[in-house]
Design a protein. Sequence first.
Length: 356
Amino acid sequence: MAEMPTVSLDDGKLITSKNANVIDDLSLCTKGKEQTHEEEYLKKAFIEEINGRILKSLNLTEPPQSHHPVPFLQSFDASSNSWYNRARKFPDDYTGYKNWKSKLLKSEIVSKKNSSYNWNKPKYLRFKIPIPQYVKNNKYVAELWLHKKEGVTEYTISQIIDHPLRETLQEETLYVFNQTKREDWTRLDVTYLIDKISANVLDLEVHSSSDIPLEIGGNKNPFLVVLVNSDEQNIRSKRSTEMDCGENSSSCCRKQVYVYFKDFGWDKWITYPDGYYANVCKGSCINRLDLAETCHTQVKMLLLYKFKNTHKYPGIADNIYCSAKEYTPLRIIYKDNFMHTEHEILNMSVSKCACY
C-alpha cells in the first residue's frame, strides 16, 4: 500500500465533513471492528496535531520527563478528621470535571518555627493560600498538594480559622496517615476545609512528632488546585450545544470529541485536566446558507441550490465544506521536574462551525 502523504491539521481546517466521520473518539483501538488504513491515519494525524500544538505553546520539543505519575486524590474522612491514603471514590457513571475550570493557587510561607498556638508541636510549617471569592460563589473541588519528605508516613495538619464573630483564632487538628515512605507529592481533598472558612484564606500548620514533614523551597512549596463549575460556564456550555450534532444530523454541525491525555501517555505530566473537548466539524453545507462564512461561499451555495439537478457547475459541491470557525483556549496545569505550572493554550477546542 502506498505511503500516506504528510498532513498538517493546522487550525482544524482539514478535519472536514469528508473525514470527521471516522474520528469518533480518537481512541486507537478498533472497538471490535477492523479499522481501515485511512481511519488509523486520520486519528493518528489528529492526535499528532494536538500534541504539536501543546508542545509548541509550552516552547517544548518533547514532553517533560516525569519520574512518577500524578498521585491519586486522597479522600477526606470527616468522622475522623483524617486522610488515610485512600483514593476518592466516584460513582460508575461519573464523567469527571470535563467542563470545570482549573486554577492553581500558590501558598505564602508564613513561618517555620515553634508554634504560638501549641507548644507541644516542636517544629511546624505555617502557610496561607488566598481563596478567590468566585470560587466560594460556585460549585468547586479543592486539592491541596504537599511535597512530603522521604520516610514520613504520617503527620498532622492544623487548620487556623479566623472567625469574624470570635475574638480568638480557632484551631482544628487533622491527620494524615498511612503514607508511602517515598519522597513525592501528596494530593489531599480539602474541599471540606475551605467550606468552613469565612475569611477566604486557607491557613494551615503542618507538623510531625520530630521534624517538619514537608520539603519546601524552590518548586516544592505547597499549592492548591481548585476546580470550579460556575453558572456562567454552564450558560456558555448550553449555548454551544445548540450547534452540536444530533443522532441523525447530516447538516454542518459540531461533533463533540473528548481527548484523554492518557491515550498518548501524557497523564504523567499534565495534572489538569485529564483531557479536553477537541471537537470536530462535520456534515453537509447544502441548505445551510446561514452558516456561510464568506460572500464567496454564499455564491457557491446559491449556485449549488439553484442548479443542483443539472451539471452546469460540476464539482462545486466538493469545494464547499464544514469546518471550524471559532475556538476556545485550553488551560492546563503541568509538571516539569517537580515544578507545577499553569498555562493557557489558544485555539484548542472547536466552539463553532461554519461553511467555507
